[in-house]
Design a protein around this ligand. Structure first.
Ligand SMILES: Cc1cc2nc3c(=O)[nH]c(=O)nc-3n(C[C@H](O)[C@H](O)[C@H](O)COP(=O)(O)OP(=O)(O)OC[C@H]3O[C@@H](n4cnc5c(N)ncnc54)[C@H](O)[C@@H]3O)c2cc1C
Length: 419
């Protein structure tokens, strides 16, 4: 394995644990995932074999606390290692993120919230069950939040409902773009708890429930033939009167709502896949212009000044993106300052948009022979376009939030202003 780390451990002052984990992820992804990536993409097929490897390497439990048998990685440590995976297979990194998020919400994030003792003890009991399934059986969790309305953007209660019944809940609703659909063992779904079928929905009653994929009433439908991130298999997931028992709760009621409000950096977990893609598009370009890409003629193209300028522009954009992203994931904490949240939105926007910009510059600079399907660049280009679309922090919503936050202080409005 010859690729250098995206974040050099010495230069970026990584801990030994972070450096080791990154090394492990890079070795696995470059040796095993990279050679399989084209086939998953071509067939829009879920990377099942990669998940078997992730389990073998004990990486499915990377964010599970060590007391529960996991590696105990925190948010930053996870983000750094996930970027190394995204470099070699974007779809694996993005789906892995959905799985790992079920552990992050329930461990690092929840552990830093101020919770009453009985809630803490209920959380300990509920998460132990989920962690055990992951560590012992290699269970895979999905994270189907999106419903096609404003709920996934955090503006409205989820339309998927959990009606209280004896011994558990009856879940009904539809989730769109549910990555890992048909392949996860559990769907970590956000839904709104209700006491009667026609009750009003409130965001305060958000529940985070692990619906077993084989439960009666769970179905997957719709085609999956998208532009990019094809291996994520993000089809439509329907819950029709699905009974889930009490122990299906991933976190006690109310905890997700609190965690989502207090931990905005959590929504940056969609970025590492695209940070990795940006690095990969840059690396490919350098390698191609040096005449070093395997299975291509060893023709050097690096001597043309226009190509040198393009590579310089890509390099600057990559360094800017890395620096902002690294700062943002380094300062992630509960209840961050306003400046820190604005920086997180800026980092999210920069990773998602710059990954695509670097990929498109790579195609233009390398030229026609480099965009053939036998090479990874065109896949990186297609995959990179998907990042900006991902709720709750799409590129558009980031712009919207940054502009408003920069111009208005808490509680300010223009109602009394004369124009
Ligand atoms: C490859 C891929 C994998 C995905 N995997 C998952 C997954 O596993 N789980 C999951 O929950 N979701 C997943 N998603 C879904 C994703 O997060 C979005 O929910 C989905 O792309 C939204 O679709 P849309 O653009 O039709 O949304 P729409 O709601 O139609 O939004 C369109 C655009 O309008 C803007 N917009 C939306 N709401 C507002 C608002 N309130 N105010 C202002 N502007 C707004 C946003 O910029 C948004 O991009 C995935 C998406 C992709 C592309």
């Amino acid at each position: 394995m010859s690729d250098k780390p995206i974040f050099d451990p010495v230069e970026w002052k990584l801990t030994e644990f972070q450096a080791q984990l990154n090394n492990k992820a890079r070795t696995l992804a470059s040796e095993k995932f990279a050679p399989r990536a084209a086939a998953y993409d071509r067939a829009a097929r879920f990377p099942t074999e990669n998940y078997i490897d992730l389990h073998k390497e004990n990486l499915l439990g990377v964010c599970i606390p060590t007391a529960h048998g996991g590696s105990g990685a925190d948010l930053k440590t996870y983000m750094l290692m996930a970027a190394e995976i995204g470099r070699y297979c974007g779809a694996t990194a993005l789906t892995f993120n959905m799985h790992v998020s079920s552990c992050l919400w329930t461990s690092v994030l929840a552990d830093q919230l101020e919770l009453p003792a009985d809630t803490k003890s209920a959380l300990e009991t509920s998460r132990a069950l989920h962690y055990q399934r992951i560590i012992d059986n290699g269970a895979i969790y999905a994270q189907p939040f999106s419903e096609g309305g404003a709920a996934a953007a955090g503006k409205k209660a989820f339309g998927t409902t959990a009606l209280k019944t004896d011994g558990g809940w009856i879940v009904n609703g539809t989730k769109i773009f549910a990555s890992l659909s048909g392949h996860a063992n559990y769907y970590g779904a956000l839904c709104t708890e209700i006491e009667k079928p026609d009750a009003a929905l409130s965001r305060r009653n958000t529940m985070y429930i692990a619906v077993p994929a084989d439960a009666d009433g769970v179905s997957v439908s719709g085609e999956w033939d998208p532009l990019g991130m094809r291996g994520t298999v993000s089809r439509t997931l329907k819950f029709t009167n699905v009974f889930v028992p009490e122990n299906a709760q991933l976190m006690p009621r109310g905890v997700y709502f609190q965690a989502a409000k207090q931990w905005p950096h959590m929504f940056m977990t969609l970025t590492p896949s695209y940070m990795g893609i940006a690095q990969a598009a840059y690396d490919f370009t350098v390698s191609y212009l040096r005449g070093e890409v395997p299975n291509t003629p060893p023709i050097k193209r690096r001597m043309y000044p226009t190509k040198q300028i393009a590579v310089a522009q890509m390099h600057i954009m990559l360094e800017q993106t890395k620096a902002l992203w690294f700062q943002s994931i380094s300062e992630a904490c509960p209840n961050p300052s306003k400046q820190s949240i604005i920086r997180a939105w800026s980092a999210q926007y920069s990773v998602m948009e710059n990954a695509n910009e670097i990929a498109q510059l790579a195609i233009r600079t390398c030229g026609g022979q480099a965009m053939l399907r036998s090479l990874p660049l065109e896949r990186l280009y297609r995959d990179s376009r998907c990042g900006a679309l991902m709720l709750p922090w799409t590129a558009e919503l980031c712009l919207d939030m940054i502009g408003k936050a920069a111009l208005y202080n808490e509680g300010e409005s223009d109602e009394d202003t004369e124009h």
